[in-house]
Design a protein around this ligand. Structure first.
Ligand SMILES: Cc1cc2nc3c(=O)[nH]c(=O)nc-3n(C[C@H](O)[C@H](O)[C@H](O)COP(=O)(O)OP(=O)(O)OC[C@H]3O[C@@H](n4cnc5c(N)ncnc54)[C@H](O)[C@@H]3O)c2cc1C
Length: 393
């Protein structure tokens, strides 16, 4: 039992945290990552509520907190770039207490370093097939047997497909593209939101000398995958003002575009295979909770595998413990998606008016806090068992 071999597909957020805890519980984790090295790039992510307790118990909270983006404010601008209002970033994003916001790549690096002493990492390879007896063939041709196979391979999980657990993604009515560009506006721990009916852009940087990250969101019914391209994004924003022409012209190599969508499966496991993180329960970037649910899921799954030699019992405990929490976060993501894509001119004008006059309202902090309360409640909707007390960070 102590030597149980666990293969984890994906060295993202969930995979390394799971490996760390499996190692700590005496199991033997191997991570296979399709990319040739750890994928350290990306955007900023929030970690909130129970997931903060997971980071503390893992002993990496201080390291993660030291990498906090320190975002100061969110500035709303009109369609031609005139300033509407600036709002405190933590307040607007619903971060409270010990919650943090870090670059995804920084968090992945911290977690992978924590897992390294107890984990075998295989980069540049992927699972090609899994037999019912746990025999795994890799794309490189290598073949090995594992007791448990975990699909932590993200939104478009191949493990999910191989295990017969696939279901259509829930499209939330928009596409989201991301890229890095020069920080022409010299944004300093500031994020700028621009919106017109059906389209929005956000631009932020962690410091005046750091590059800027840009996000473009456009409303659209589900499109054939071949049509979801850089050209399509450029066409959607063609003719727009403010920084949009500059953004479109300087979208760099790390550009990606994907549908704003959720994964909400009836089952997370089949035979020896179990899914984790976005592969199993993706609340979507609209919820700001995908990282937190992935972290909590990894912690709960490691504990269940350590407690039950019988994999079916372990998977049942994992799903039974976690599902009420992930359901709640998926629900938040569905509700928040509407706010990510602006509606008509009237609703944008109303929002701008509310933001412009917010400072006049003595209850302004309470108003924003009540708007983000569903995120806070969902982020804290999992109580961890008392064991595995925090270790010194
Ligand atoms: C633009 C954007 C903004 C976001 N903002 C936030 C936010 O503010 N707050 C928040 O909590 N979350 C946010 N998220 C979501 C968050 O990034 C994810 O929910 C989280 O990273 C999920 O972790 P994961 O480990 O399940 O998957 P990932 O972190 O996506 O990792 C999956 C890993 O699997 C690897 N992989 C893929 N296929 C294979 C394969 N076949 N074989 C082997 N390896 C494979 C990938 O290379 C990757 O390393 C955002 C996401 C996006 C796209």
């Amino acid at each position: 039992m102590r030597n149980r071999e666990v293969l984890i597909s994906g060295a993202g957020v969930a995979g390394p945290l799971l490996a760390y805890w499996l190692g700590r519980h005496g199991l033997r984790p191997t991570i296979v990552e399709r990319a040739p090295a750890l994928r350290e790039g990306g955007y900023k992510v929030d970690v909130r509520g129970t997931a903060i307790e997971v980071l503390k118990r893992t002993g990496v909270y201080c390291a993660a907190r030291a990498r906090d983006t320190g975002m100061r404010q969110v500035t709303y601008v009109t369609k031609s770039g005139g300033k509407v209002a600036a709002v405190d970033a933590d307040l607007l994003m619903g971060r409270r207490g010990d919650d943090i916001e870090v670059m995804r790549g920084d968090l992945v690096r911290i977690l992978a370093d924590a897992a390294a002493p107890v984990t075998e990492f295989i980069y540049g390879d992927a699972i090609a097939s899994i037999s019912s007896s746990g025999e795994v063939t890799f794309e490189s041709g290598l073949s090995r047997r594992f007791d448990v196979i975990v699909g932590a391979d993200g939104l478009h999980s191949a493990t999910r497909r191989m295990a017969g657990l696939d279901a259509p993604l829930r499209h939330l009515g928009a596409y989201l593209s991301f890229a890095t560009m020069p920080n022409d506006l010299r944004l300093d721990r500031e994020e700028v939101f621009w919106a017109v009916p059906g389209r929005m852009a956000f631009l932020y940087s962690t410091g005046p000398d750091d590059p800027a990250k840009v996000g473009l969101v456009f409303a659209s019914p589900e499109l054939p995958r071949a049509e979801v391209t850089r050209e399509r994004v450029a066409a959607e924003f063609a003719g727009d003002g403010w920084q949009i022409p500059r953004i479109l012209e300087s979208m760099a190599d790390d550009f990606f575009v994907d549908s704003l969508s959720q994964v909400d499966l009836p089952r997370w496991s089949a035979g020896r295979v179990v899914l984790l993180g976005d592969a199993a329960f993706c609340p979507s970037p609209a919820s700001g909770q995908g990282t937190s649910t992935a972290l909590c899921g990894a912690y709960v799954l490691a504990r269940a595998l350590a407690r039950h030699e019988d994999t079916a019992a372990a998977f049942a405990e994992y799903e039974g413990t976690l599902r009420p929490y992930t359901d709640r976060n998926i629900e938040v993501g569905r509700k928040m998606a509407g706010q990510m894509v602006p509606g008509g001119r009237f609703s944008i004008a109303m929002r701008n008016y509310a933001m412009r006059t917010l400072h006049l309202n003595p209850w302004n902090k309470q108003i924003i806090a009540s708007a983000t309360k569903p995120i806070f409640v969902a982020a804290n909707a999992l109580k961890l068992p008392a064991e595995d007390q925090p270790v010194a960070a």
